[in-house]
Design a protein around this ligand. Sequence first.
Ligand code: GTP
Ligand code: MG
Length: 445
Amino acid sequence: MQKTYKVQDDEPERSILARLITPDQNPGDDPLEELHGLATTAGTDVVDELVQRRSSADHSTYMGKGKVEELRLMVQKHDADLIVFDNDLTPAQIRNLEKATGAKVIDRTELILDIFAAGARTHESRLAVELAQLEYSLPRLKRMWTHLSRQAMGVGMRGPGEKQLEVDRRLAQKRISDLKAELKQVEERRERQVSARKEAPTVSLVGYTNAGKSTLMNALTDANVLAQDKLFATLDTRTRRWNLPGWGTVLLSDTVGFIRDLPHSLVASFKSTLEETRQADLLLHVADASSPTVFDQIAAVYAVLKELGIEEKDTLLVLNKIDAIHNPAILNRVLDRYPNAIPVSARSNKGLGCLIEAVGEALGREFLDIAVEVAPSDGKLLGYLSSKGEVLSREFGDESTIVHVRMPAGAMGPVHKSALSIKPSTLMDEAKAAEEASANSSEVA
Ligand SMILES: Nc1nc2c(ncn2[C@@H]2O[C@H](COP(=O)(O)OP(=O)(O)OP(=O)(O)O)[C@@H](O)[C@H]2O)c(=O)[nH]1
Ligand SMILES: [Mg+2]
């Protein structure tokens, strides 16, 4: 008989973790370590685990008959509420597994969405999560209805899931299109905001969740952002001025971490949160070099960058947590594959000098189109702009001179020190617009 769920607010759900490993997978020594971290972050109490190696998944119950029976016995033994699969399941597989085991079954995507729903704080990230959750649950609406009879909600049912119960498919679709429209507006606004700040070079931290991005941000600036031994501690983007020694002001952003098989709808709806990353002059890809799965984590991050269409961006690979590596062979194995990577410890500040040098050098390869306002008496700055950059035009006023110039991002230090103001130059855009207009008019003629 199907058990009734007795989840209460003050009592964590008791969960069992399950994973099917097919021959094409390389699960490492502890195949359920990451799922354990996710399930704990979501607030469940993990009571048991089960792994099955199989050539392929079973069409109707995902795992084989024997293993499903084992799961049922585990549920009974521990009085478990929930089985979390490390794989993506079809709605039918979920239904069949729930029937066979008597526990609620969720898959990895639903768990990740739940963590995001519980952690999203800003209007923007809440919209993004709600959209991703609705897109995930729309094809599963039938299943959601069956939850109506349940007394309380647990993991996998937070956020819009609750609202979802009251609406039908048509309303869900309407909500999805409203959310998309609202997010598009937010995206456009963010795009303008971020590009309006383009007067300084921008650097964005990216990387696998828990790699140490926020800790590195704190070590490099006095950002004081939250860093925690928890997956997805950061869900929003924070930007801070970073006084890059020997170079001047740089804007450094810390943002949401990535994970293997991040749900596509989540990546798409987080586009506006990732605007700083999309527009950055340089990416610092932070990897946890002490993790046994560091190569897979690096590959997973590149996969998400590709999904965002920014895999070609100038990127420095930063190998973090070297203080936690006690066998030098481990670090050397990573450096053999990525010889240009920079080993650091954000915790002990080791290697940060080399990182700063590498960032300065990389930014020297980037150019900024800016309008610099110079005091009439500041001949030194005028000279500097024409010696380091390519001056496109000068507007002389009584109070100041505006110099439109194309500057290497890394040479901005002295400009920040003595300019009256620095703005993005619209000169190139205007020239381009004029060119397009004349091309159009000649087409008409
Ligand atoms: N040993 C060691 N631990 C570190 C280092 N850097 C970060 N950590 C720890 O790793 C954990 C995660 O750090 P965060 O900075 O929150 O990682 P993050 O990449 O921002 O993670 P999310 O925001 O959750 O994606 C924390 O417990 C940190 O203290 C390091 O250099 N050495
Ligand atoms: Mg973080």
